[in-house]
Design a protein around this ligand. Structure first.
Ligand SMILES: CC(C)(COP(=O)(O)OP(=O)(O)OC[C@H]1O[C@@H](n2cnc3c(N)ncnc32)[C@H](O)[C@@H]1OP(=O)(O)O)[C@@H](O)C(=O)NCCC(=O)NCCS
Length: 170
C-alpha cells in the first residue's frame, strides 16, 4: 500500500519549499481551504520557521523522495484566554487522497495536541465537503454551529461548519 511508503514527520526547514508546493496545489482547487493559492514562498517560510521555533504542531506526510504530499497543523490560538485551543488545518494533494494518509496525519497531530496539554481543537470546514465533515465526526469532532453563506466564490455561496474536539473534560 502507498501509505506504507509515506512518513509522517514534523515539518523542518528543508521541507518548506515542498510544503509550499503542496499547499499551493490544494489551494488552487478553490474548493477546500481558505487560500486560492499559497502565499509567496518567503511568507510561508517565515511562518513555518516561527512554527518550528515556537514548537507548534505542524506535521507533514512525505513520500520516499522527501516530497510533501500532505500536512496537518494544530496551531495554538495566540491570545490570552484562548491558549487552551488549537486550530486544525490539513490537506493532501489530490493524487494521494483516499489512501489513509489524512487519518495518519490526524491521529499523529491529535496525539501531539494531547501531549502539549491542549484542551480543545477547533476547525472550520465547508459544508459541501461532506466526506471530510464525516471524517472529522469519526474522530469525535462535534458541530458547534454553522456560518451561513460564509463564502461567495465562483458564483456559489458556501456554508461553513464550526467543529470542535475536546481532548479533556474540564
Ligand atoms: C480531507 C483530507 C485531508 C483527508 O485525507 P485523505 O488522505 O484523503 O483521507 P483518508 O484516506 O485518510 O480517509 C479518511 C476517511 O475519510 C474518507 N474520505 C476522505 N476523503 C474522501 C472523499 N473525497 N470522498 C469520500 N470519502 C473520503 C475515507 O473514505 C476514509 O473513511 P474510512 O476510514 O471510513 O474509509 C483530504 O481528502 C484532502 O486533502 N481534501 C482536500 C482538502 C481538505 O478538504 N482539507 C480539509 C479542509 S477543513
Amino acid at each position: 500500500m502507498m501509505e506504507q511508503k509515506i512518513q509522517i514527520v514534523p515539518i523542518s526547514e528543508n521541507l518548506i519549499a515542498s510544503y509550499h508546493h503542496a499547499l499551493d496545489a490544494v489551494a488552487r482547487e478553490r474548493k477546500y481551504i481558505m487560500f486560492l493559492q499559497a502565499p509567496p514562498l518567503a511568507a510561508v517560510r517565515e511562518f513555518v520557521l516561527k512554527v518550528i521555533q515556537d514548537n507548534e504542531i505542524q506535521l507533514v506526510a512525505c513520500d520516499p523522495l522527501d516530497r510533501v504530499v500532505g500536512w496537518c497543523d494544530i496551531l495554538r490560538t495566540p491570545f490570552p484566554g484562548f491558549e487552551h485551543c488549537g486550530r486544525l488545518g490539513m490537506g493532501i494533494i489530490k493524487e494521494y487522497r483516499g489512501q489513509g494518509i489524512g487519518k495518519m496525519l490526524m491521529e499523529s497531530a491529535i496525539a501531539e495536541a494531547k501531549v502539549r496539554g491542549l484542551i480543545k481543537i477547533e476547525l472550520e470546514v465547508y459544508a459541501s465537503n461532506v466526506p471530510v465533515v464525516n471524517l472529522y465526526q469519526k474522530f469525535g469532532f462535534i458541530s458547534e454551529g454553522l456560518k451561513q453563506k460564509a463564502r461567495f466564490l465562483d458564483g456559489k455561496f458556501e456554508d461553513i461548519h464550526l467543529m470542535a474536539l475536546f481532548l479533556k473534560n474540564v
